[in-house]
Design a protein around this ligand. Sequence first.
Ligand SMILES: NC(=O)c1ccc[n+]([C@@H]2O[C@H](COP(=O)([O-])OP(=O)(O)OC[C@H]3O[C@@H](n4cnc5c(N)ncnc54)[C@H](OP(=O)(O)O)[C@@H]3O)[C@@H](O)[C@H]2O)c1
Length: 327
Amino acid sequence: MPKSREVHLVQRPTGAPKPEDFALVQQAVPDAADGQVLVQNLLMSVDPAMRPRLTAGQALNEAMGGGALGRVVQSKHADFAVGELVNSRNGFREFFTSDGKGLSKLSPDPDLPLTVHMHALGGTGFTAYGGLLHIGQLKDGEQVFVSTAGGAVGSVAAQIAKIKGCYVVGSTGSDDKAAWLRDEVGLDAVINYKAQPIRKALEDATPKGIDVYFDNVGGEHLEAALRRMNTLGRIPVCGFISGYNSGHSNVGNLSNIIYSRVMLRGFVAPDFIHLYGDFQRDMAGWLKAGQVKYQETIREGIAAAPDALIGLMAGQNAGKMLVRLAE
Ligand SMILES: NC(=O)c1ccc[n+]([C@@H]2O[C@H](COP(=O)([O-])OP(=O)(O)OC[C@H]3O[C@@H](n4cnc5c(N)ncnc54)[C@H](OP(=O)(O)O)[C@@H]3O)[C@@H](O)[C@H]2O)c1
C-alpha cells in the first residue's frame, strides 16, 4: 500500500491564487484489488482552466483534478499490464487506484520526447489545431493574430498559421518569450503587451487588418483585435484568461462584429474530435521536421504543483507548464 502525497484546495482564492489556498496531504493508497490498477503519475499538466474551478467546481479538502500521465505499477485488470502508460484526469497526486474508467492508454512516439504528449502532441496542441483550422476556418496566407503566443496553446496556433503561409502577429507578456517568438519561431511581429499598450501596438503590427484572431485572453486583447478585424473575419474564442482571477473580463466594443460580419465562436476540443487522427499525423510530422518548436517549464515534485499553478497565472511559464512527479 503506497503512500501518496496529493494537493488539496483548502480555501477558495480571492483574485490570484496564493500558497495558503492549497495543502499537501499524505494518503495511503490501497493496492490494486481485482479489476483494478495502481497507477504512479509521472507528469501532470497545469492549465489555466483550473483557476475558474478553484472558485466553483473543485471541492474543498479533496485531491484536485487535472490531466496526468502515469505508469501502471500493479494490475489486476484484464485490459492493463504493468508498465503501460495511461492518461487520466487524476493529476495533483502521486499514486491512485482505478477500475480503468477514465484511463486511456498512451503509446508514445519513439522519436519524440515523452513530454510532448502532454502539450504539442496532446491536448493543448489539438486545441490549437482544431481551434484555428476548424473553428477559425483559416485559409492559407491570411492575416492572423494569436494571444498568449508564448504559451502552450498559443505557440502551436501561431506556428500552424506560419506553416499555412500566414502573416502572424503574437502577443506575450515578457521580453524573453517575445524574443523566442521572434528569433526562434519567426513570427512576423511580436507584442509584449506589458511593455506597450496592446491597442496601439496591434494597430501598428497589422497594417492589413486581421482575418483570424485566435483569442486566449479576452478583455483588452479582444477589444484591440475587434478594432482591426477585416470583413468576414473569424475569432475562435479559446480562453479568457484575463478574467479567470477576477471572474470577469469586459469587452466594450462587441458591436464591431456587426458591420464587419465577424464570426465569434467559443469552442472546446471535443467539438472537433473527428480531426484527432489528422492532428496526430500532422503534428508528429511538424515536430519531427522542426516546423513546430516548443518550450516547456517543468517543476519538480508534487510539492511544487500549487506554485506551478500560481506561476502559470502570473505568466512564469515559457510554453507548457508541467510538474514531474516521477521518472
Ligand atoms: N477551449 C479549450 O478547449 C481550451 C483548452 C486549453 C486551453 N484553453 C485556453 O487557452 C488559453 C491558454 O492556455 P494554455 O494552457 O496554453 O496556457 P499558457 O498560455 O501556456 O499559460 C497561460 C499564459 O496566459 C498568460 N496570461 C496570464 N494572465 C494574463 C492576462 N491577464 N492577460 C493576458 N495574458 C495572460 C501568461 O502568459 P503571458 O506571459 O503572455 O502573460 C501565461 O503564461 C487559456 O485561456 C486557456 O483557458 C482552452
